[in-house]
Design a protein around this ligand. Structure first.
Ligand code: BJW
Length: 249
């Protein structure tokens, strides 16, 4: 592992353009459950793969909005971990050397921003923002918890979380930035994601087709583990700080 970290650190020092895609695993050490790990307590019997769909919201907006409300409170209580902080430092180091750095996240928890990352591309939206199902108008700074379920806007229209559910398109601007940055980078990282949900899972291929080297940081093996140049197996909250300390001594 030490040798792999040194190899990636060297590639990081030499890189002119770095792209990172993160998933739920990067927030696991901030005690936010991942999708494919069981939910806790009250929500143990709720399958995220069934609740994160427009069909589920249409059938039962109360249950779905209660689930998102519960998760929103958890995200607000959570504290960014060493992995988030290391990525924020990586950005500062690379940009201060004149390089380009793009952080693409599938997470809706805003922990990267709270750790100091700038200009984060939110591929799957944010749980902190809710939008009117009729007009598309977005609302932030809403009460936590909501007083009624499903919540309603000040104009008394139905609100839904401003996140991307299965079968829905990703925000166009985020998708464009992700493809542009991935195809032009020289070093690509996939961190804490099971790499099974598209289109995010495909960005590593876009990067490799453009000639980039690829790194995976994950606790477990994933479908891309054999296709990357370096697979760093372990917790991102431990590996990323070690990597950044080694690269930018
Ligand atoms: C650690 C760790 C530690 C733990 N350290 N690591 C091509 C092929 C097949 C299917 C498709 C395809 N293209 C599109 C599809 C369909 C679908 C899809 O991908 N389905 C797959 C399941 C097969 N995709 C879509 O529907 C997307 N939309 C789309 O493509 O639209 C097309 C369209 C165009 C035009 C008009 C209309 C439509 C949308 C996908 C939206 C995903 N939404 C969710 C919910 C977001 C809101 C919410 O938060 O509730 O996004 S689902 C869920 O999965 C969430 C996540 O962002 C996403 C990815 O999960 P993630 O982050 O990887 O988490 P986990 O739990 O899966 O993995 C955690 C990982 O961390 C594990 O690997 C652990 O080992 C690791 N780990 N602790 C390091 N400490």
């Amino acid at each position: 592992m030490e040798r792999a970290i040194q190899g990636v650190a060297e590639a990081l020092r030499d890189a002119r353009s770095v792209v990172i895609v993160t998933g739920a695993g990067v927030s696991a050490e901030s005690r936010i459950p991942t999708f494919r790990d069981a939910m806790e307590g009250l929500w143990k019997s709720f399958d995220p793969m069934k609740l994160a769909t427009p069909e589920a919201f249409e059938a039962d907006p109360e249950t779905v909005s209660r689930w998102y409300d519960f998760r929103r409170a958890k995200c607000l209580e959570a504290i960014p971990n060493g992995g988030h902080v290391a990525l924020a430092r990586m950005q500062r180091e690379i940009e201060s050397r004149g390089g380009s750095f793009t952080l693409l996240t599938q997470n809706v928890d805003r922990l990267h921003q709270r750790a100091g990352s700038r200009d984060v591309v939110e591929l799957h939206g944010s749980i902190m923002v809710w939008r009117c199902v009729e007009t598309g108008r977005r609302y932030e700074d809403l009460p936590v918890p909501f007083e009624e379920f499903p919540p309603r806007s000040p104009e008394d229209t139905l609100l839904r979380p401003d996140v991307v559910w299965f079968g829905e398109a990703l925000p166009e601007a985020a998708l464009e930035r992700a493809f542009e940055a991935s195809s032009a980078c020289d070093l690509f990282f996939s961190v804490g994601t099971s790499a099974v949900v598209y289109p995010a899972a495909g960005f590593v291929d876009v990067a490799r087709q453009g000639g980039a080297q690829a790194v995976e940081v994950n606790r477990d093996e994933t479908p891309i583990s054999d296709a990357v140049d370096w697979s760093l197996r372990g917790a991102s909250g431990e590996i990323l700080p070690r990597l950044v300390a080694e690269a930018f001594r």
